[in-house]
Write a protein that binds this ligand. Sequence first.
Ligand SMILES: [Zn+2]
Length: 186
Amino acid sequence: MGNKWELQDRKNKVIKICPCGKGAYVSIRSEYEDDYLRARTRTDNKIDCIECETKYMFYNKCWVTKENYEIIREKETTLDDFEKQVYRKLYNEYYDLVLDGLKTKKGLYDFLYSNRLFNMPGTLQTFYKNGAEYYIDDGSRHYCNLHDLYKLIDLNVGLSKEDNQLINDINEKKNAIKVFLVNVAV
Ligand SMILES: [Zn+2]
């Protein structure tokens, strides 16, 4: 007989009551155990209301209509693309300057490590082994850490007024999306 994972326990936790009041957005935690008494847990979140699940989405702790959810997602996608563009621009214009200023690979590592940038908790040895490009994306990967790139540049060589303005624009757009969400939240 094969190994079987059997459900031992299931708990529903209400995260927020739904707009109609008859259900909620819930977090369902299921605990399983197998024939060797190994444990495994799984958490699923869902809208537990037949009426509301057709009309609403639960997003960033808010209830929004599906139409408004689409608008928010579109705004976020546009902003995301803009952030990537800015990331590439800053990387191309400043990264070599930053490297020149820090002089050596070790200098770069020490700076990243002491400022906790680009997830730098590793050792100098692993940093040498992986190479700086493993941590600092040149802008071609899916996820760009603009915040950390900005810090790296700002603390070393500084940004031009125009480029600082780009960062401000991004922050303003982020806030605008938050305000929109709060305003349309049901
Ligand atoms: Zn409901």
